[in-house]
Write a protein that binds this ligand. Structure first.
Ligand code: MLT
Length: 254
């Protein structure tokens, strides 16, 4: 496998169990900001920007989930971290699952937040390819104006998300779309993830509903779900107390 990892930009807060949190598409590490004051007495929070997002490098090409997981692996090595609790939001969850498959010994616990292990349907894959073409030719203004309303009903959160989308380089958005389109279904592989696995689902999430989470949670040997009442696709911004409490519990079990 020909992997070309990039050096991720990241920030760090607090002390305790290393907890690495990966943001979703097409956002950046600032989605985790509301969790910082709630977790920094328990966890050493490590918050990277994935490639193509925020302040990390944005190479041209397809960002496979495996390649993005390799970037995270290199970051852990750079920080001298052996085992970590790894959490991923949506696309960050796809990356966390790729990491879990490649480096199971580096994992002390796993959190999927508004995420799932399924591959894209054919229809979804095609819509990503169309979107990638549009972003490549016309930029991401349309995405930044339309996507936030699908993620949250909170206008303050929606405005923040829109700003994050606009600030990302367009080749980063394209690379992530192409990578998500070609990812494989990892549902069966969940059975080999031996560490405690938390799944957080927003009760109002229209992208990854609690019903979707219920469908795959049983594949984890040690999985459980926490539903965030009132949250959409961004529970860490919409209901941070619930997400922080769930992550504390995961750290305790890990
Ligand atoms: C995300 O929030 O990362 C995206 O909704 C993931 C996806 O499009 O599958």
């Amino acid at each position: 496998m020909n992997l070309s990892p990039v050096q991720l930009s990241y920030e760090e807060h607090g002390s305790g169990t290393p907890l690495v949190l990966l943001h979703g598409f097409p956002l950046n590490r600032s989605i985790w900001k509301p969790l910082i004051p709630l977790l920094s007495d328990t966890a050493r929070l490590i918050l990277p920007d994935l490639r193509g997002h925020g302040q990390s490098p944005a190479p041209e090409g397809t960002y496979t989930m495996r390649e993005m997981a390799e970037d995270v692996y290199q970051l852990l090595n750079r920080l001298g971290l052996d085992r970590v609790v790894l959490g991923g939001h949506s696309m960050g969850g796809y990356v966390a699952l790729a990491f879990a498959q490649a480096y199971p010994k580096r994992l002390a616990g796993l959190a999927l937040i508004a995420s799932h292990p399924a591959a894209d349907t054919l229809e979804k894959r095609q819509s990503r390819l169309v979107q990638a073409r549009q972003v490549r030719s016309r930029g991401q203004a349309k995405l930044a104006s339309q996507m936030p309303a699908a993620l949250t009903s909170n206008p303050v959160v929606a405005a923040q998300v829109s700003g994050m989308i606009l600030a990302n380089p367009k080749q980063g958005i394209v690379g992530a779309l192409l990578g998500m389109a070609e990812r494989e279904d990892t549902t069966r592989a969940l059975a080999s993830i031996q560490v405690p696995a938390l799944v957080v689902a927003g009760s109002e999430d229209r992208i990854v509903s609690p019903e979707t989470a219920v469908e795959f949670i049983g594949f984890f040997p040690r999985g459980w779900m926490v539903e965030a009442p009132g949250a959409g696709h961004l529970p860490m911004m919409e209901t941070p107390e619930i997400v922080a409490a769930a992550l504390r519990d995961l750290i305790r079990r890990a």
